[in-house]
Each structure stands twice: as structure tokens, then as C-alpha cells.
Design a protein around this ligand. Structure first.
Ligand SMILES: Nc1ncnc2c1ncn2[C@@H]1O[C@H](COP(=O)(O)OP(=O)(O)O)[C@@H](O)[C@H]1O
Ligand SMILES: [Mg+2]
Length: 135
């Protein structure tokens, strides 16, 4: 477990994005405000995504244009039941995505295939730092 500032987390994410193999599936666990979206957007930037649109409404799937192909960012927070994830076109996401980055994977249950990497982020006593671990 490492304790990272936001700047460190962003740098780490970009570097990870630059080195990801095509088709990687990454999942991110952690409480609200732990930094999952922040980290994912940095990874997307490392994959060449220039515009990360912040939609005013909640979206389950965000599609960004990366250098090598689409980067999908899924936020499963609002799923009340894993069965709701059945409506997603998993086959297209996985075959077309240069990367698929998933927040709150536990809420989609078994719909999520075996990930390439798993991360957990967490709050610390220091409000400017977050814990980051790969597991
Ligand atoms: N070290 C840090 N790493 C990531 N975010 C941080 C850090 N310190 C403060 N923050 C702030 O915490 C919030 C994290 O929000 P977000 O990434 O949306 O979390 P999540 O997606 O896990 O709910 C942001 O407002 C960010 O500016
Ligand atoms: Mg989030």
C-alpha cells in the first residue's frame, strides 16, 4: 500500500496508461471519493485521451478516444443489482476497447471477466493523500 498525493496519483496513472497492453481490463475498488475516477482519467490520458468529458448526468459507460482505439470507462456505482449489467454489450466493449476501466466492479458481479489488473484506493487520515494498492 502506498500513500499518494493527487499529483502523484495522476502521474502514476498516466505512466500506467502509457504502458498498458492493448485490450487491458482494469478494475478499481474503493469508497466514494477515494480517487477511482481521478486515477482512471489519468490512465486514459496516458492512453492518449485528450478530452475527458464530464457529463452532467450519470453515465454507466463513457467512451473516450485514445490513440490506439476507444477507451471505455464504466462506473457501476448505480447498479442496484448485478443483473442490470446484463444490458451492457460486453462483447463489443471487450473486443473494441483498447482499455476497459471499471469503477465499482463488485456491483456488476460476475458480468466482469477476469481483469488484467485490480486496484484498491482508500482514504487516509491525511485528506490530501489516498492509499493505492494493486491486488
Ligand atoms: N491524493 C489524492 N488522490 C486522488 N484524489 C484526491 C487526492 N487528494 C484529494 N483528492 C480529491 O478527492 C476526490 C476524489 O474523487 P474521485 O476521483 O471522483 O473519487 P471516486 O471516483 O473514487 O469516488 C477529488 O475531488 C480529488 O480532487
Ligand atoms: Mg468515481
Amino acid at each position: 500500500m502506498r500513500a499518494l498525493t493527487e499529483a502523484q496519483l495522476l502521474a502514476e496513472g498516466e505512466e500506467l496508461g502509457r504502458t498498458l497492453p492493448p485490450g487491458a481490463l482494469l478494475v478499481f475498488e474503493g469508497d466514494l471519493g477515494a480517487g477511482k475516477t481521478t486515477f482512471i482519467r489519468a490512465i486514459a490520458r496516458g492512453l492518449g485521451v485528450e478530452t475527458v468529458t464530464t457529463s452532467p448526468t450519470y453515465a454507466l459507460v463513457h467512451r473516450y478516444a485514445g490513440t490506439r482505439g476507444p477507451v471505455f470507462h464504466l462506473d457501476c456505482y448505480r447498479l442496484r443489482d448485478p443483473e442490470e449489467a446484463a444490458d451492457l454489450d460486453w462483447e463489443s466493449l471487450l473486443s473494441e476497447g483498447d482499455a476497459v476501466l471499471i469503477e465499482w466492479p463488485e456491483r456488476a458481479g460476475a458480468w466482469i471477466p477476469e481483469p488484467t489488473m485490480r486496484f484498491r484506493l482508500g482514504h487516509l487520515d491525511d485528506p490530501g493523500r489516498r492509499s493505492l494498492e494493486a491486488f
